[in-house]
Design a protein around this ligand. Structure first.
Ligand code: G6P
Length: 594
């Protein structure tokens, strides 16, 4: 992971780099640093967050610089391992995002040639390689250094006395912000938006030479044109807007996100009949691949598609997919990734395409790597999501999956009309859950006192139990596991008792009766039970210890309202425990490493 940024222009680089790094911290935040180039290079770096770095900086007038916020891969978070890294003479500085596979060999080679490398990082070989190849031509030296590296090497280099940033992109995103008498380079758009809304998305293999007034992009040694895109969302979209945390703001945006995503998909489909014309083609075997929260969306997708379309759906974690002996051939694959940059997903796509599968990508990030790797992209319209724990992008992914399945639904016209109507009403239903926030916060206060929590659900809400548990452990550091309700008795029952609460998703569908039985069994083992139940449920108030009321929706759409309640529950538990909600320890939002 890691976030990188570069600035060159007519302003002082230091405050701009710090501001941009703050916007990139979701990518990693165990240490950070900046380097400013003048006639010499000044490097400032330390463990901890960007705000702490700002306090130790000496003001610098230099107008060319680079910055980095780190998620450690090679070597623990420490000042010496923090970026930027430099060459022996201290004339070159590099920030890097990715992992270099052949760095041990390169280190040995450089050491034999007399280079002294101080850190444990793979990155440090890059400035030394540039130094090795430098014969007066900075650009050529970077190109030659890049030619030696095997692995992911998205990076930006600066050199003392040079008025150029030289960047290379391989396997992690890198975007140039085209300004007026200034240009920037960063891992993600929010870092650029305070300065410009005009961006160029670099592609794998690109080398960019950027001065204050010019951007040159080369691919395989030849200068090429890369389109300049206008970003339609503003910095305001990427700010907290009065909420205490991005996570709470992003959960509250969910009604709008559903509306925006649906407007995009359904604007021309006033009736269900219109819908059937939108997808086209036939659907046979489907495979869904994703990681983390997106994987949970994929699991919900299996229930949606199997229920509506009646075709078998295989869902796998993208990181495990490459290990399975047989790769499917000739299938329809759907990959889901909010960032569009998850390395395991990109690798899975390569394998899928090599075997002749058609790949649809569902992503939230325009121009992300997945959009180039897949045959077709369906965008979710969640806007920028800053909190590391995914919330609104997950809900938007579910909406995308409903939309993908509906045109193929093997249901009669009346049922299809009903489903489309329900889909359109979802924002209102999600708002009702949000309006119930105070009640959920009160239950969260109680839950915050425990160290272990089970989440259970059945059918389409089993993955919602998994996602609810993931949210809790990500941000509150409470150990939580999501289980299919019926599985709890096959082992986890030995852990039940007064100190192990169970959160059960019991909104009504054909799984209601068996889950009621499960709750009775759990209660007999003295575990406190919090349920998510429909407002008209008259069984749960007597059976459960606490009931979070959920508006009734068609069971197919219940994951959307249920997860909203579980996200709020996790949020308020983490708040009660005083956790750094938006930036949980050890995590990162965009995972571009294995
Ligand atoms: C990281 C994020 C998760 C996300 C997962 C997959 O672990 O912290 O929130 O679900 O990556 O990311 P993707 O961008 O592929 O959805």
């Amino acid at each position: 992971m890691c976030g990188i940024v570069g600035y060159i222009g007519d302003k002082k680089a230091q405050p701009i780099l710090l501001n941009a790094l703050g916007k990139l911290e979701y990518r990693g935040y165990d240490s950070c640093g900046i380097a400013i180039a003048n006639k010499s290079i000044e490097v400032y770096k330390d463990v901890g967050r960007v705000k702490a770095l700002a306090k130790i900086l000496e003001p610098h007038n230099g107008k060319v610089g680079i910055g980095h916020t780190r998620w450690a891969t090679h070597g623990e978070p420490s000042k010496i391992n923090a970026h930027p890294h430099s060459d022996c003479a201290g004339k070159i500085a590099v920030v890097h995002n990715g992992t270099i596979n052949n760095f041990s060999r390169l280190r040995e080679m450089l050491a034999e040639e007399g280079h002294v490398l101080a850190s444990e990082t793979d990155t440090e070989v890059i400035p030394h390689l540039i130094e090795k190849y430098y014969d007066g031509d900075f650009e050529k030296a970077v190109e030659m250094a890049v030619g030696e590296i095997d692995g992911a090497y998205t990076m930006i280099a600066i050199m003392a006395g040079e008025s150029r940033l030289i960047a290379a992109r391989k396997d992690s995103p890198l975007i140039i912000g085209v300004g007026d008498r200034e240009n920037l380079i960063a891992s993600d758009v929010p870092a650029l938006l305070d300065y410009t809304s005009r961006v160029i998305y670099l592609e794998d293999g690109d080398i960019a030479v950027v001065s204050a007034s010019d951007v040159k992009v080369k691919q395989n040694g030849a200068v090429i044109d890369r389109e300049v895109h206008e970003i339609s969302w503003s910095m305001e979209d990427a700010q907290k807007g009065g909420y205490e945390h991005f996570m709470l703001k992003e959960i509250h945006e969910q009604p709008k996100v559903i509306r925006d995503t649906l407007t995009d998909y359904l604007s021309k489909a006033e009736t269900a009949a219109d819908l059937t014309g939108m997808g086209g083609g036939s659907l046979e075997n489907i495979i869904i691949l994703a990681c983390g929260t997106s994987y949970h969306a994929g699991l919900v997708g299996k229930y949606i598609i199997e229920d509506l379309v009646n075709v078998p759906v295989r869902v796998e974690m993208a990181d495990e997919f490459s290990l399975s002996g047989q790769s499917p051939a000739g299938n329809q694959a759907i990959v889901i990734t909010q960032s569009g940059e998850t390395l395991d997903v990109l690798k899975a796509i390569k394998r899928l395409k090599a075997n002749g599968n058609r790949v649809i990508a569902v992503t939230n990030v325009v121009g992300s790597s997945v959009t180039r790797a897949a045959d077709r992209t369906i965008y979710t319209r969640a806007g920028p999501e800053i909190c590391v724990a995914a919330t609104k992008t997950f809900v938007a992914q579910l909406i995308a999956l409903y939309w993908l399945a509906l045109p193929y639904a093997r249901v009669n016209a009346a049922r299809l009309d009903e489903l489309v109507l329900e889909l359109r009403q979802l924002p209102v239903k999600v708002q009702q859950v949000l309006d119930n926030e105070a009640e959920i916060a009160a239950y969260a206060k109680k839950l915050a006192a425990y160290d272990n929590v089970f989440y259970i659900g059945k059918g389409i809400n089993y993955p919602i139990a998994m996602e609810g548990a993931l949210k809790l452990k990500e941000i509150s550091y409470i150990h939580a596991e999501g289980y299919a309700a019926g599985e709890l008795k096959h082992g986890p029952f030995s852990l039940l008792g007064e100190k192990t609460p169970v959160v059960a998703v019991v909104t009504q569908d054909n799984t209601y009766e068996p889950i009621v039985t499960s709750i009775k069994e759990i209660k007999a083992r003295h575990s406190p039970v919090i349920v998510l139940a429909n407002e008209d449920d008259d069984v749960m108030p007597d059976l459960a210890d606490s009931v979070i009321t959920i508006p009734r929706v068609d069971p197919l759409f219940s994951p959307v309202v249920n997860i909203t309640a579980l996200q709020l529950l996790a949020y308020f538990v983490a708040k009660e425990r005083g956790c750094p909600i938006d930036f949980p320890r050890n995590l990162a939002k965009t995972v571009t490493v294995e």
